[in-house]
Design a protein around this ligand. Sequence first.
Ligand SMILES: N[C@@H](CCC(=O)N[C@@H](CS)C(=O)NCC(=O)O)C(=O)O
Length: 239
Amino acid sequence: MSPLVLVSHALCPYVQRAAILLAEKGVPFERRDVDLANKPQWFLDVSPLGKTPVLLVGDVPVFESAVICEYLEDTVLPRLHPEDPLRRARHRSWMEFGSAVLAAIGALYSAADEAALRARAGDLRGRFEQLEAVLEEGAPYFDGDRFSVVDAVFAPVFRYFDVIDTIVDLGLWHGLPKVRAWRRQLARRPSVVAAVDAAYPRRLLDFLRGRDAALGRRAQGSAAARMNRSTSRCAAGDM
Ligand SMILES: N[C@@H](CCC(=O)N[C@@H](CS)C(=O)NCC(=O)O)C(=O)O
């Protein structure tokens, strides 16, 4: 296989999907981070939509995370999608649902005031209730015992809340035991752990604080400040 470069951004949940799949398949790759606030020309040349991720396969750019996932499925074993076409189609449908959940998270952290924050948390909670209804009782992953591409899509969704839950309790998780168990299981998976670096929590907190939005203002609060101090030390040790 040609050498692979994953053009990335440290906080991008779509990049994490690709990084998780590459790790699950044991494929070596180089990660090249880009400043999305100041996109360099080489990036615009390989990313027609100006977005991360892009997978450079030799000198061929493949863009859009779902397409990158499918390319990796087509070319590298083990297959993480189910063999059966209908089950595979259902998995792709839930990948799309995962993108809608990411959009809902963007809406949550952009909510201008407390009322909007609560309303958007309600929307998100509704999405998690839909997930609860389709997850199998007692199964570690979306597809039972098998780790699948859908897991790679939802691991970055849940990761946001490792930070957001320290800022505010939005009531997202109570009464959803299967979603909570899935979240815990994914957080332990080595490919998921390795998809971001140790500075991720601090970076995400800084990103949220930098936004003129209800969540960002709450992030100035004490719990988040405590977490920021401890993760800053951790990150400094790693740099
Ligand atoms: N549909 C795209 C979404 C990717 C996306 O939104 N990436 C964000 C970063 S997480 C981005 O590059 N934003 C920069 C921009 O839109 O200018 C995919 O699945 O790859």
